[in-house]
Design a protein around this ligand. Structure first.
Ligand SMILES: Nc1ncnc2c1ncn2[C@@H]1O[C@H](COP(=O)(O)OP(=O)(O)OP(=O)(O)O)[C@@H](O)[C@H]1O
Ligand SMILES: [Mg+2]
Length: 270
């Protein structure tokens, strides 16, 4: 049975689509999983731009409108099946529709990864409702933290507590909130710490997900560690962890995620 992971945040530009594309690609390419990536950002869909699909024949909007079956809207790129969005779609989408429409195709995949909208409306709710687990993308600043807190509240209210925070665009710890600050404020574990990296410009320009475009980068290495915890595999220690013999807080959080998430959400039998 497939596991649907919603990548959410009600703040624009924090890196939802970047993370969703790289996570989907890593689960497929590094861990050999069958992955479907779906654009649930209906108003401003960008998954196609990140996954090199500029003129999709069929989209999630056709699927939601009942004009296409999900399978006919699948475009395969970088080893991932992708259902992109249509660039100009003006209708509102009822919050429960996505879950219903994806119910049959979900069974054909190990993971369904949902990109989502930055707006706290039915778009974000539809991703929350369709997901088995949520990961929230945040950046280490106060405005984003307040949005993250709000998203966590709404998710909890919907019975979908957030499994972890993905801390993205870490630039200068001197002027940024720390992992400990963020965990203290939200009571949610930080499960990945992704550095700001100018290589993302090249990734966006070439429309190749960062995990492939710069596979040796800190971003991609951390993404592999996060994906490892989602598939229930051990992660490789970094050279620093090998040297000092300890494990970072995010590594320990992923260990908890691996144990709780994998055994309760991905494969409840084991
Ligand atoms: N770790 C990073 N380092 C540098 N740039 C990044 C990083 N992560 C994402 N970006 C860049 O930030 C911009 C916004 O990223 P992205 O489109 O993924 O955000 P988003 O949350 O999906 O935005 P929206 O809310 O509009 O959907 C992009 O140009 C992307 O390349
Ligand atoms: Mg986006």
């Amino acid at each position: 049975m497939g596991t649907t992971i919603g990548v959410i945040s009600i703040k624009g530009g924090v890196g939802k689509t970047t993370v969703a594309s790289s996570l989907a690609t890593t689960l497929a390419q590094t861990y050999g999983k069958k992955v479907l990536l779906v654009d649930a950002n209906y108003t401003t869909p960008h998954v196609g731009h990140h996954m090199d699909i500029l003129e999709p024949q069929k989209t999630i909007h056709d699927v939601l409108d009942g004009k296409a079956r999900p399978i006919s809207a699948v475009h395969t790129r970088f080893g991932v099946d992708v259902i992109p969005g249509h660039q100009s779609y003006g209708k509102m989408v009822p919050a429960f529709k996505l879950k219903d429409r994806l119910a049959s195709i979900k069974e054909d995949y190990d993971f369904v990864v949902l990109d989502s909208s930055p707006h706290l409306n039915d778009e974000t709710l539809s991703a929350m409702i369709a997901s088995d687990a949520l990961l929230v993308v945040s950046t280490p600043d106060y405005p984003t933290l307040s949005s993250t807190l709000r998203a966590a509240q709404v998710a909890k209210h919907r019975g979908k507590p957030i499994a972890g925070i993905i801390l993205n665009k870490i630039r200068d710890p001197k002027y940024e909130l720390s992992l400990a600050d963020i965990e203290l404020a939200t009571d949610i574990p930080v499960v990945a710490q992704l550095p700001d990296d100018k290589k993302h410009v090249g990734s966006t320009f070439t429309r190749i997900p960062m995990s492939i475009y710069a596979s040796a980068s800190g971003f991609s290495t951390e993404m592999r560690k996060l994906a490892a915890s989602l598939v229930g595999q051990p992660e490789q220690k970094s050279w620093w962890e090998e040297m000092v013999g300890g494990r970072s807080r995010a590594t320990l959080n992923r260990q908890v995620l691996r144990e709780s998430f994998y055994s309760s959400v991905v494969d409840p039998k084991e």
